[in-house]
Ligand binder design. Structure first.
Ligand code: PNS
Length: 188
């Protein structure tokens, strides 16, 4: 019997519980599943490729048939390189469908032998996206239950460093007279 290998491509910046839910579902229907992180030079990601890889490796360590890899270029070319027969993508809501259908059909045009398989994550993750996780965390909201604990910690660390850096930049950009006048006011 033929073993079916699939790739699950994406940005995963950061990986969320929705991604993990889909990985778990995918691991049950495919013999092998490769979580493939796109190296996209146009985007300015919150996490480096290496960080995303480490997080996903930790998150998927309990699945025997799941591995993590990175790629650049066309997804279909990567799929062929690793001898995958399917591309797994998640559809959370009807709003995802149009874009996903367009991508699936373009991928089919490029590589007719490769099938895109859509799966739905649990309803509780239907509103969840990496972009919203980044935004909520950057604005001081809680991302607990939206991402695994290890990712939550990494996001916090990243944002704390960014805030410290921004505060330092702000203080450095103050003119010396601004600093002095504050000091004078305090002494009065
Ligand atoms: O997590 P994302 O950002 O929704 O993932 C999008 C991704 C990586 C699957 C898509 O951008 C992609 O496949 N990029 C690789 C370049 C490519 O193959 N482009 C043609 C897609 S039809």
């Amino acid at each position: 019997m033929k073993r079916i290998k699939a790739i699950y491509p994406g940005s995963f910046d950061p990986p969320t519980n929705g991604h993990l839910d889909l990985i778990e579902r995918g691991s049950k229907i495919f013999d092998e599943l490769v979580v493939a992180i796109l190296r996209n030079p146009e985007k300015d990601p919150l996490f480096s490729l290496a960080d995303r890889r480490k997080m996903l490796e930790a998150m998927t360590s309990g699945f025997d048939n799941v591995s993590v890899d990175t790629f650049d270029g066309l997804t279909v070319d990567y799929a062929l390189r690793v001898e995958a027969r399917a591309i797994l993508r998640g559809i959370r809501a009807i709003s995802d469908y149009e874009y996903e259908l367009q991508m699936a059909l373009m991928n089919r045009k490029l590589q007719p032998g490769l099938e895109t398989v859509f799966m739905m994550p649990a309803e509780k993750y239907s509103y969840l996206s990496s972009r919203l996780v980044r935004e909520v965390a950057q604005l001081g909201g809680s991302i607990e239950c939206l991402v695994p604990d290890l990712v939550e910690q990494k996001v916090r660390e990243k944002i704390d460093v960014a805030h410290k850096f921004a505060n330092r930049e702000q203080s450095a950009s103050k003119t010396p007279s601004e600093g002095k006048s504050k000091f004078r006011k305090k002494k009065l």
